[in-house]
Design a protein around this ligand. Structure first.
Ligand code: ZN
Ligand code: ZN
Length: 191
């Protein structure tokens, strides 16, 4: 009898803990690590750590990280209507790790090489971004990526992209990525 009772008690305690964990995970939304308001978005910083931030603090943080980067990159204008889950940054090596075909990674590397030596189409400063309109990217076919529509500096690129991030309606639950120190491509998450 005591063992039976103990068994039941154990189940009740374990069940209670599991319920608490579930309630904590699902009922309570994450809080922005800066201002403490509800945060549905996830930011992946340069050290690949995930931080919960509200939309405004996430956009501001991304702008700062993006502007601080001196790395050449491709930036594909996000189509958050079709692909609302995330805006990812990946080097050609990372694309291979993510199971993209070899040709996709090679095409991205090839297009990255075209950025060097260009001037920003908007302000004339040194360009570090190969910019694509969203309709130039046949998600997820990097293999068929054409030449960038234009070359931009980080400042002019951030002015095109940051308002789209701030305005998108669904949470970026898969995350907004900070740029890494490796050359790479910004693109939406296709699934
Ligand atoms: Zn906040
Ligand atoms: Zn510029």
């Amino acid at each position: 009898m005591p063992t039976g009772l103990l068994g039941i008690l154990t189940y009740i305690i374990i069940g209670g803990i599991a319920l608490l964990v579930l309630i904590k995970t699902f009922a309570k939304p994450a809080k922005c690590s800066v201002c403490g308001t509800e945060a549905k978005d996830l930011y992946h910083d340069a050290n690949e750590k995930s931080v919960h931030l509200c939309r405004n603090h996430m956009t501001d943080r991304w702008k700062a990280d993006f502007l601080a980067s001196a790395t050449n990159m491709l930036v594909i204008e996000p189509d958050f209507k079709s692909c609302p889950l995330g805006y990812l940054y990946a080097s050609p090596d990372t694309l291979r790790t993510w199971q993209y075909p070899k040709e996709a990674a090679e095409r991205v590397a090839e297009m990255l090489k075209t950025v060097a030596g260009k001037d920003c189409a908007q302000c004339g400063a040194k360009a570090t971004v190969g910019f694509y309109r969203k309709d130039q990217y046949d998600i997820p076919q990097f293999e068929t990526l054409p030449l960038p529509e234009s070359y931009l500096c980080k400042k002019c690129a951030v002015e095109k992209i940051a308002p789209l991030i701030r305005a998108t309606e669904s949470p970026l639950s898969e995350g907004l990525f900070a740029p890494s120190s490796e050359e790479g491509v910004y693109h939406v998450q296709e699934y």
